[in-house]
Design a protein around this ligand. Sequence first.
Ligand code: BES
Ligand code: ZN
Length: 941
Amino acid sequence: MGKVFYISRRTGIVVIVAAAAVIIIALTVVYAQKSRNEVKPVNDTEVWKNYRLPTSLAPVYYNVTLWPRLVMDANGMYIFTGHSGAAFTCVNETDLILIHSNKLNFTLTRGGHHAMLRGLSGAKAPAIKKTWLEVETQYLVVQLSEKLQVGSTYWLYTEFRGELADDLHGFYRSEYVEDGVKKVVATTQMEPTDARKAFPCFDEPAMKAVFHMTLIHPLDTVALANVIQRNIMFWPQHLKVLQTQFEPTEKMSTYLLAFVVSDFISIKTPAEAKVLIRIYARRKAIEAGQGEYALNITGRILDFFQNYYNSKYPLRKSDQIALPDFSAGAMENWGLITYREAALLYDPSMSSNGDKEAVSTVISHELAHMWFGNLVTMKWWNDLWLNEGFATYVSYLGVNDAQPTWNMKDLMVLEEVHKAFAVDALPYSHPLSSREEEVNTPTQINALFNSITYSKGAAVLRMLSGFLSEPVFVSGLSAYLKQFPYGNTVYSDLWGKLQEVISKTELWRLKLPASVTEIMNRWILQMGYPVVTIDTQTGRISQKHFLLDSESEPDRPSVYNYQWFVPIKWMKSGTAMGQHWLLEKTATHEPMRTNSEWVLANVNVSGFYRVNYDSQNWQRLISQLTSDHSVIPVINRAQIVDDVFNLARAKIINITVALSATRYLSEEREYMPWGSTIKNLDYFFQMFHRTEVYGAMEEYLRGKVQPLFNYFKTITADWTEIPSSHTDQYNQVNAISFGCRTGVEGCVNLTKTWYRQWMENPDKNPIHPNLKMPVYCNAIAAGGVEEWEFGWKMYKNSSSATEADKLMYALSCTKTPWLLKRYLDYAFDPDLIRKQDAPFVIVYIANNVVGQSLAWDFIREHVFEYGGSSPLFGRLILSVTNRFSTELELNQLQQFKKETAAAGFGSVLGLDQAIETTKANMKWVAENKEQVMRWLSEELA
Ligand code: BES
Ligand code: ZN
């Protein structure tokens, strides 16, 4: 299958996305610092040195007017101007007003202050003594001559200007060209801490308020915000611009605000629809029908969630807008969801089934937030996992409802659970939930947008819903939403509601071994997860913290001693046997099978753990796979592969057991086991690519994938049709990409022929969208300059974001060093590659064997220029060095560490982790090379 690596700006590193050339939330290896976030004592005298707001003031509402200029000013800058009033109540006596503000220039009052203060409803405002900006903690500080009155409400008024930069954060600009004309869009990305870049505000999620927005904008543009427009008129001060005033918002958090000024057009639901749904995008994209799919499924999924949560969507409209420049994949602003184009726009003639799934999943994820996140919001960012993990979990349910044949609930295992297994087995992982005091600075907050938060969050919620049963989970959930609308919560509020539902009803029959809190806290307050070892003959069951590198130590101690309450569903030779809870380190069950039987635990991977067995049981499972694999559920076939490879990496079982589990693949036609295998073999490809093992491995795997390749060739009538099921479509892509990779006869030629045909007739692309990624990639890899230049031209001319993403990926497949080097240079020229895409290109290049050293050189060369503080750079290091496994490479890394340390930013680069990984790789190769070679030779003999 074509692989796509996505790096999220915020979170760094790589993720392998299904056949889609799309976003999909990437989220990284947890790249957190080696030590936990230090907890700085609160500064009581200079309160403005603290990153957290004092609790003395509570915002009530804001009146904000903003005027973005969509043309450059005389200084060559794009700017916006604005004024804002914030009404707030004094809760505790204070003579200090702290309000967030970042990169704003204020108009000073006659008295020389940044702001004016008034009392509301008869309150008398004290005089302002002094105002200043605290750059580090991003405050506007207002010191008063007297104290504010508890219970009184005040009005803080400011006038300011800011830059409408192309930096993708706060109030920023996005540019595109239409019919040769450059267009500028003003848009926002506030989460987590950039609303303060647009206007002064109490920029914390629990500081909810009502917002009255007004936007000033050019005549030929439309202004959008979270809620519907109240009126649009010529701006009285200046008749050449419009003023759009919006209805007041719901009581909401600042990070969910959004406003956009653009010349986009839209499609919408018919007038009789209960909720107005509109899809906005560039005129050309809408005219080409690229918004239709999103419009169709949004209504469906919105209805699904209203039912699921048993709670009405509280707004009158739901706008979704596709932006040419956008840092994340999408953002759940309440009522105005913003997307990168490839995450919202779908063109049946251009986009693959993977793109379609991606669009559906992103929409579903963001709609899920309208309740979980927007209506009820986490009190502070330390509970981000609840927000994002939850949306990730239920997004699959939403898509499953809209596309019931896609098998989304199963795919969640491959797409989230396996991702979480991978990152959470590292010693520098972190618990899902952090303590509130550990998360303070914007950098610390941003670091939480990672795969632990998203994928492990989803995985443990899936487990919870599994052992409670979905109906119990759902009623707890809706009780929770009923209790806290427009409010803020911590995770224990959810546990509490679930417990209430369990206790109140007959559901005590669930026979839980402990309370929700006792069970779940073990999964969220300690990092990692267990490997459960079952001796099927004696019935002895035990658990142990699973670490990929058997010699590593977890970075931190755990209050629960790295033990979990583990729900174990099992089956015996194909028959379901029920559930058992493992609460201890070791427990004894009665013997589980007779001699001819096998035991399989963690049926459907409903629990977040790996399973190991006595070697006889492994042998039986493996022979069952060979004789009739269909007796073992598909998800578990994928899981067995993932478990054996990882247990072997951790030296818990022998590598030959893992390899034996791949023997049956010549009979396997299902996507999930193949997907899991290909992902796990990646490490083998990386480690052995320069050794003789590579040749043998290629030959062995070719033998396994050849039947799959032939199968798809046959059922698609010689590649002229597309299989009907979603997962078969994915597996067809696997057959081609893995087939070409291992040298299946005719594979590369097939891709070359198709690509050639396209080059000869550029207006008529003969390649089916599903197959474009592996076809473009292999054809460009096998071709030369001409193929590359054609791909580049098509990339630049493409009117479809999904198509452009596929080409962007394929261009990194060339084997010609200078082309790769030039492509790498392009990635740093925003006129050639959009800023939002640059990180992808670098990682794609680094993942190419030929490109990897180029990317590594590039990083070393430019690190000083871009600075060690660039989060992007740091996070690239791990992926650029992921093949490192030799002494020489280790030395280079250590040398690089010295140089960057001397410059003062060694530690931010993730170099320690790269060094650890390289050492582990060297050891792994040394220990396994011979054995793997021997096993392969015997297999091939
Ligand atoms: N709230 C996030 C967007 C976000 C991500 C804001 C990082 C700030 C920093 C949104 O709900 C989200 O999770 N988007 C994902 C897509 C989703 C399908 C997983 C993204 O953008 O990666
Ligand atoms: Zn989200």
